[in-house]
Ligand binder design. Sequence first.
Ligand SMILES: Nc1nc2c(ncn2[C@@H]2O[C@H](COP(=O)(O)OP(=O)(O)OP(=O)(O)O)[C@@H](O)[C@H]2O)c(=O)[nH]1
Length: 385
Amino acid sequence: MKLALIGFGQAGGKVVDEFLAFDDRIDGGFIESAVAVNSATTDLKGLEHVPRENRVLIGQARVKGHGVGADNELGAAVAEEDIDEIQGAIDSIPVHEIDAFLVVAGMGGGTGSGGAPVLAKHLKRIYTQPVYGLGILPGMDEGGIYTLNAARSFQTFVDEVDNLLVFDNDVWRSAGESVEGGYDRINREIVERFGLLFAAGEVEEGDHVAESVVDSSEIINTLSNGISTIGYASETVETNSGLLSSLTGGDDFDEGAATNRMTSLVRKAALGRLTLPCDVASADRGLVVATGPPSHLNRKGVERGRQWLEDETGSMEIRGGDYPIPHRDEVGAIVLLSGVTDVPRIDQLQQVAIEAQETTEEVRATAEEDFSSLMDTGGELDALF
Ligand SMILES: Nc1nc2c(ncn2[C@@H]2O[C@H](COP(=O)(O)OP(=O)(O)OP(=O)(O)O)[C@@H](O)[C@H]2O)c(=O)[nH]1
């Protein structure tokens, strides 16, 4: 499906940059336009693939290009104040050509965490296309302010978008990895999963169209509301595209083995590491996509995988299809789980938000008490004079 990508904040911009590189690499054609929005000049300068004219600096009047320093209320305020600047870049997007907007942001910082929900609300008010979010959760060891920002803005972002796709940095960290090196690898993992999903809905005529190819309406119908997570599993295969194969006129492809392989890849994808770990059974809808060289994609395998997911989730809304990618030596299964509700990390974030709210109320109540006793003392003092 064709997307307009908008990266908000540093993480958002970097991930959008990586999406552009990925789309180019797989010849996916799923990105119509890409925009990056930030309150920090250096972050915008560091991007490689987002066109310069599509990089928007906001909040100049307040923070002079230095970022909002993890203050997500300020992030939201500068996004609201400079929404016209952002709209100026969006005006260059041929919106009638796109199937959806995707707003990408790290939930732990200030600019993206505060600004992404503001932008999503604005887009929904103006356009009829669905507006999806891709929210990146902070690692647990990043410090309280990051968790608190994520806890505060997560629900707002969910409420403003048609669906929030979630990636939890914490689950994808590797021990001993440098932060920067870690993000480069993590960003590749992000774009491979979400990119393959969106590219799946963008198979054009002449692109080896199989009967059961996934189309964008199936992705849109799966992403109906709430939050989503993605699982992915792949296996290297012999593509037999070499000289021997062209001489013998084909390969000794084993249909039964391909069916079993696909069924087990679907299970591995759903039960392995998800972008946001959750109880698979709590999903409301799902989509199974088989990717890889057309000769290795078989309908029975996808169908069995789809039925298995139906049993696991008890949902009647599990869709399935192919995304043929010629010249790839990997067969893979993408499992999109949407409307998931049993998510320990989100429960934990909600708890943090509740505690923060209670602390704020306690602080306010104590301040009010102190103030009124000060006033009483003031009254007594007045009486003395
Ligand atoms: N996956 C991933 N996460 C990142 C990356 N860079 C930062 N993050 C995460 O994003 C959060 C910080 O958000 P940023 O995007 O850096 O902050 P910002 O929105 O630019 O806001 P300010 O810097 O406060 O103005 C942290 O929780 C990091 O874990 C990245 O390249 N990839």
